[in-house]
Design a protein around this ligand. Structure first.
Ligand code: GLU
Length: 282
């Protein structure tokens, strides 16, 4: 099997040093092993994705010296694949529709009898308000959010939910209780998008035959969800390499809104790709 890595930016803002670090690590890992480096545009959030950001991403990555095969996979071209996976999960009774807003969930989890609200990889753990929809009949509803019934999902996977962290060569394993109590009924299809990051990313990593997922440590907690989904959908589990996050001088993690750290600004100031490599420590 050819070692294959990917960089999967969302075209919702400029690439900053943290993205450059992630892309360079993935590129170097593939190239050191004579493998493939792929690019994927994660644009399921069509309300925030912009063609000009996508063009800037291609330009910045090429400037950094990266090469990738074309055409590039774009998530907005793959809605039929996500829909088919949702249909299959729905037919197995693993999804239920949910009409709760963020405010409804915040209110339900902050009720005095609930104790401190529990946070999972996707924010507040769903309190279960819409679980009465849990015995779905008929066709999958369109235009409503769909949640994964975590208890049923755990009961129907035969393989244990575990993965190898490539950066430390450690094994991480999760029990059904870890997932039911620590992750809960996550959204697999958002009402406004028809899919979700978690569902799309596992289907796309499998479609691109990714063997090593290189991404920031901020996504470490989401990986347990991805392994579970891979098992549910019969997809292979790659190795995961979660890298350190690049922080600003105050120690704060860089975000898209930190335009001051945009690669394009460093380029305008006359820095070279080698300067960017040394700033992120590779
Ligand atoms: N599209 C995600 C981001 O820009 C990356 C997801 C991933 O690497 O799994 O943060």
């Amino acid at each position: 099997m050819i070692l294959t890595t990917r960089f999967a930016p969302s075209p919702t803002g400029p690439l900053h040093l943290g993205h450059a670090y992630s892309a360079l690590l993935a590129y170097d890992l593939a190239h050191a092993a004579g493998g493939d480096f792929l690019l994927r545009i994660e644009d399921i959030d069509q309300s925030r994705a912009r063609p000009e950001w996508e063009a800037q991403i291609f330009d910045d990555l090429a400037w950094l010296g990266l090469h990738w095969p074309t055409p590039v996979m774009r998530q907005s071209d793959r809605m039929d694949v996500y829909e088919a996976a949702l249909d299959a999960l729905w037919a197995r009774g693993l999804l239920y529709s949910c009409t709760c807003t963020r405010a409804d969930i915040a209110a339900a989890t902050s009720a005095p009898q609930e104790g401190a609200p529990l946070l999972g990889p996707d924010g507040l753990i769903y309190p279960g308000t819409c679980r009465h929809n849990r015995t779905p009949t008929g066709p999958r509803p369109r235009g409503s959010a769909l949640r994964l019934d975590m208890e049923k999902a755990c009961a129907c996977v035969a393989r244990s939910v575990e993965f190898t962290e490539d950066s430390t060569n450690t094994r991480h394993a999760y029990s059904a209780t870890d997932l039911i109590e620590g992750v809960g009924d996550i959204v697999l299809a958002r009402r406004d998008m028809g899919t979700s990051y978690h569902l799309s990313v596992v289907l796309d990593d499998a479609a691109q035959s990714i063997t090593h997922v290189v991404r920031g440590a901020d996504l470490f907690d989401a990986t347990r969800i991805h392994i579970l989904l891979q098992h549910l959908l019969g997809l292979p589990t790659p190795l995961y390499h979660h890298h350190k996050l690049i922080r600003d001088n105050a120690g704060k993690r860089l975000a898209k809104r930190d335009d001051a750290r945009a690669i394009s600004l460093f380029r305008a100031e006359g820095l070279s790709p080698e300067d960017i490599r040394s700033r992120v420590g590779i």
